[in-house]
Write a protein that binds this ligand. Sequence first.
Ligand code: C5P
Length: 407
Amino acid sequence: MNKSALLIITGSIAAYKSLDVIRRLRERDVRVTCVLTKGGAEFVTPLSLASLSGNPVYSDLFSLKDETEMGHIRLSRENDVIAVIPASADMIAKMVAGRADDLASTTLLATDKPVLIAPAMNSKMWEHPATRRNLAQLRKDGIHIIEPDAGALACGEIGQGRLAEVDTIVAAIIHQLEGDKPLAGLTALVTSGPTYEAIDPVRFIGNKSSGKQGHALAEALAQAGASVTLVTGPTSEGLPKEADIIQVTTAEEMLEACKAALPKDIVICCAAVSDWRVKTPFAQKLKKRANESPPAIELVANPDILRTISTLKTKRPKLVVGFAAETQTVQKNAEAKRISKGCDWIIANDVSGGQVFGSENTSAVFIAASGSEQWKNISKKELAQKLMQKIMDYFPAKVVKPKWKQS
Ligand code: C5P
């Protein structure tokens, strides 16, 4: 993502969480620059912020070095978004008053960019009428407020005031950066390609999957604003640029990678996972010997990734989509498969004749509990777009608005 965020870190015990926010934004290719207030510097050091952001840290309004390197006006204008994390009660009050007595408050006053704040404070301070008034004013001023969570606070008291989860903060910043893309703020996992199960060091059980469909799905999800992780088996297909890519070889590795990537809002299992693997792969290359019968290979079942994810008790994604490659009675078999796997939707391809593998085009039936739809002779990219439309229609009704958007 060719975007940049200015993070202002103010004085609160939760300041250390800004380090994780920086790390996560950098993982999404967001350039991060930090402004550290005097209070913030009591909790985190400029060195940790500089190391994680990869940029100098600014703190002094009257520093000749800071002003010549990056003046406060440039700081306030050159980034796509400003996020105050954590925002102390004092910084909130300053913003309301339009004070400009340090670099952070001056930058906030001078900016023409969207501003998000993630307050963190003692619950009595949070509930105080002065803070209530201040927040109401900031909302009127167009500031986005990422509401703090309730729970045990650092001071030992219990109540609202704990900095929002890092996930929520990162999603809010990304949403702001990506604009009003329809799937912004949602997270997605796609499995793609074949799996290879070793027979011996050079041979394997594989299949004809090219990874084209899975990659097209990952790309379409990312373009629609979702944050995408693609777990792909071995493929020579180009990898989508905007997804986090995890390359695996076997079904077991694919399952582990998927589990580690959860929780996600959307999971699409498009990989052609080998149903079986060799129980004990041979350590040496099997030799062909005259007059000897071929070696017996004992197979065991691989885990079913789609079923595992669809039937999770916790972390079950809000939407799980499977694919079914069928060669006969396509729709009937796929309808039964949707129920037996526990997924929400299934997309069935007729692969009789093998013409779908590696090809740009496909024909499919989209199957949900509410009914089915034929998608005939379309490209794999078009199929991805049709599925995106379904996902967009599905989410407004089902997803709870992100907390930071409710205020
Ligand atoms: O059972 P079958 O292989 O026909 O199911 C196909 C669907 O299940 C696809 O979505 C595929 O990605 C998924 N699958 C899986 N793990 C397996 C087998 C299939 O995720 N071991």
